[in-house]
Write a protein that binds this ligand. Structure first.
Ligand code: LUZ
Ligand code: MOS
Length: 750
């Protein structure tokens, strides 16, 4: 089935927040943010800005009737700064005017004096100064310090991976309207409608039932709207509470880039120990996460880094620690993979370092340590239905690894100014929110009396096609044509207390709730049908818009059945709740079984480096991916392709840059390079691995949003291979992104 949105997307008819019909009296909001990264606000003068015709009011923390607090995990982030600012771009005030251009003009007239304080921009500096978000976390398995003594080889090193801008096509935004009796309706471009509702209620000092949050769809989220869609919606809601008029706020790209957090940069220190037969016996890492100026989701992201620190390998002795380092950058946040990619980059670097020093191919070490059935992760989960070796071998065999390797080496013998590189990248990604209590969802299904169906869930459509998957679930259970099912917007009054659409788990969690609700309706309808057809309920089936008896088509249509059920006063609405069974985690021991299942796969990446210019092309990425039993292979392959491009971008081109004063330098699309058609892999082959799937995945179709991003890590090591082929003196460095500048320096390093 095609993505149900593709037709209107292509015609430009799909609606986003900015396309909503606005009321005639709508006002426009604009955030005034800090022009310094750290300091005390000694003076602020709004008088010139307020004097402009059309400026209605400038809101500050003093106008907040509830709490000036938007922190989700830790209460450490004000909506608007009070007397101190902690990052460049921190919201201080909110200008509301009769037009966007008036608000913009007013913003330039605000005068501020800040007594500057020392600015920390790197995680290392923060750690040295003892500046942390919370206490460090550690996972451990076996006894690594003892195990190192029995290793034949031990290597130590440092890695750095930079942040990443989400660059959702649709910037952050909201439209907020007053309703009667002090109630407020927020339409937001958020992955987490409940988080917006809860935070707005807290800041406005009103109960959650007075706030309705509606989400039509998002033009991309990638994690950037899991937590950070909230502040804008809440700012506009504060204004609406005071003015009793609608307020719209859509950030322009420049403001969005400056004020929002990104993927966390990580600086990490590893120690890896191997035996002569290349088994990794011990592994230790200290991860320094650059969290920015407030917690946001950093502690949860730090946790996922620990969960993925050994990627798809079994290592019997592991000791990992993560520090969430508080710096004067915008609070960094969720980004596809959620700390997992940062963890995996370190183990892959450690393996590359060991292979280089031992003079062998990296893939020999990788292959010798792949996860097997019943292996244990450092967090105590015993893995079953492991596909690591199967994916690896299938990739090697299907894509003729030995031929590819020969081609690369022959090419390198025959060419002096261009060199090729190759790498393998296996992945194992855990599916479930690592915070167990978040793994639940609900669905509300109405069968209307004409037989058409409306489905509401907590899932937010952000281009990942979750609505299409939800529609498929309902349509297949009811045995009706897809056009009879409509997916409604995501709305907190229809489906409440939702977890954000995140963690690759949205289709699983919400799909299972849809499945449950539909099955409950089916049970009721079977009885009605059995009555009409004088048979027993168990023999009733549903297919092709008709009712079946013992698998045979009867004369009763779906529409006729629904009409009869209506006459018999049978409830045609159902609400169901789903909570993932099996999973648990004990934070006091840092052990448990946090993931419903893992997703596996292997990518083989080949590249060509221009050794005169330092530029490179990704020749091909050949992937074997574990989709389980994909319920929509077109959509799922689209997710792999998108994630791969995003992962390669993170590893190669996308370079976030702040100066030492904490000012974002890469603040436009001319200074921040995202992958385009020229930098995309020339050839991408995606082969679905034949696996059983997992009963905790919706229709045994495994989660697909995040895992394939990590195939992009392979690009780093393929480029490194080519660089080494050109320059034998090159000392391996693990400093992502591997931009053409860095490649050039490496090619000519002495
Ligand atoms: N968000 C979250 C996530 O709150 N918890 C998670 O475990 C997670 N994992 C991936 C992406 N977003
Ligand atoms: Mo996320 S990184 O919002 O799944």
């Amino acid at each position: 089935m095609k993505n149900i949105d593709s037709y209107t997307h292509l015609r430009g008819e799909s609606l986003f927040v900015d396309d909503l019909m606005t009321r005639q009296d709508t006002l426009y909001g604009l955030c005034y943010d800090s022009p310094k990264a750290h300091g005390k606000i000694s003076r602020i003068d709004y008088s010139k800005a307020e004097a402009i015709d059309g400026v209605v009011k400038i809101f500050t923390y003093k106008d907040i009737l509830g709490e000036n607090q938007i922190g989700g995990i830790l209460p450490d982030e004000p909506l608007w700064a009070e007397d101190e600012v902690h990052f460049w771009g921190q919201p201080i005030a909110f200008i509301v005017a009769t037009s966007e251009s008036i608000a913009k003009k007013a913003r330039t007239l605000i005068e501020i004096k800040i007594e500057e304080l020392p600015v920390i921009t790197t995680a290392k500096e923060a750690k040295d100064k003892g500046s942390f978000i919370n206490a460090p976390r550690s996972f451990s398995l076996g006894n690594s310090s003892e195990a190192f003594n029995t290793c034949d080889y031990v290597f130590e090193g440092e890695t750095f991976s930079n942040g990443q801008e989400h660059l959702y096509l649709e910037t952050q935004g909201c439209y907020v309207e007053p309703k009667e009796n002090g109630t407020i309706k927020i339409t937001s471009s958020t992955q987490g409608p409940t988080q917006v509702q809860k935070t707005a209620a807290k800041v406005l000092g009103i109960p959650m039932h007075k706030i309705e949050v509606d989400v039509i769809r998002l033009g991309g989220g990638f994690g950037g709207k899991e937590d950070q869609a909230t502040p804008w919606a809440v700012m506009a809601a504060v204004a609406v509470q005071h003015l009793n008029k609608p307020v719209k706020y859509i950030l322009n790209r420049h403001d969005d880039l400056r004020m929002t957090g990104k993927r966390h940069p990580y600086n990490s220190f590893f120690k890896i120990g191997l035996t002569k037969d290349l088994k990794i016996k011990a592994f230790e890492v200290e991860f320094l996460q650059n969290s920015g100026a407030a917690a946001d989701l950093s502690p949860a992201i730090a946790e996922r880094t620990l969960f993925h620190a050994t990627n798809s390998y079994y290592i019997p002795n592991v000791q990992t620690t993560v520090y969430s380092c508080k710096t004067n950058l915008p609070p960094n946040t969720a980004f596809r993979g959620f700390g997992g990619p940062q963890g995996m980059f370190v183990i892959e670097s450690a393996i590359a370092d060991a292979a280089d020093k031992l003079g062998i191919d990296k893939c020999q070490i990788q292959e010798a340590n792949l996860l097997k059935e019943n292996d244990e992760f450092s967090y105590g989960q015993i893995v079953t239905e492991v596909q690591a070796i199967k994916a690896w071998n299938t990739a090697k065999n299907t894509f003729n690894l030995s031929d590819l390797q020969k081609e690369v080496d022959q090419y390198n013998t025959n060419n002096s100014h261009t060199k090729k590189g190759i790498s393998l990248m296996p992945i194992a990604f855990g599916i479930s929110f690592t915070n167990t209590p978040m793994n639940h969802a609900r669905a509300l299904i109405h069968i209307y009396q004409d037989g058409s169906v409306g489905v509401s869930t907590g899932a937010v459509e952000m281009g990942q096609s979750v609505n299409t998957k939800m529609l498929q679930v309902a349509q297949e259970i009811f045995g009706i044509s897809p056009h009879k099912v409509k997916l409604e917007s995501t709305n907190t009054t229809r489906v409440a207390n939702t977890s954000p659409s995140a963690a690759s788990a949205t289709a699983d969690l919400n799909g299972k709730a849809v499945e449950k609700a539909c099955n409950n309706l089916i049970n009721r309808l079977q009885k009605v049908a059995a009555n009409i057809l004088s048979t027993n309920a168990n023999s009733i089936g549903f297919d092709n818009d008709c009712i079946l008896v013992n698998g045979e088509k009867s004369t009763l249509t779906w529409e006729a059945l629904i009409a009869q059920a209506m006459l018999e006063r049978v409830a045609l609405t159902e609400n169901a709740h789903y909570a993932t069974p099996v999973i648990h985690f004990d934070k006091s021991k840092e052990k448990g079984h946090p993931f419903a299942y893992h997703v596996y796969g292997t990518a083989i990446t080949t590249v060509t480096v221009d050794c005169i210019r330092g530029t490179y092309e990704i020749d091909a990425v050949n992937i074997v991916h574990d989709f389980g039993k994909s319920m929509n292979i077109g959509i799922d392959i689209g997710q792999v392709e998108g994630a791969l491009a995003q992962g390669i971008g993170w590893m190669t081109l996308e370079e976030i840059s702040y100066n030492t004063q904490g000012k974002l330098l890469s603040n436009t699309l001319s200074t921040y390079k995202v992958p385009d058609v020229f930098s995309a892999a020339k050839n991408v082959n995606i082969l679905p691995l034949e696996t059983e799937g997992n009963p905790l995945a919706i229709k045994k179709s495994k989660a697909v949003g995040e895992p394939p991003l990590m195939y992009g890590i392979g690009a780093y090591f393929a480029i490194q291979y080519a660089v080494k082929a050109f320059n034998k003196n090159y000392q391996l460095k693990f400093d992502a992104p591997f931009t053409p500048e860095k490649v050039l320096m490496s090619l000519y390093e002495k």
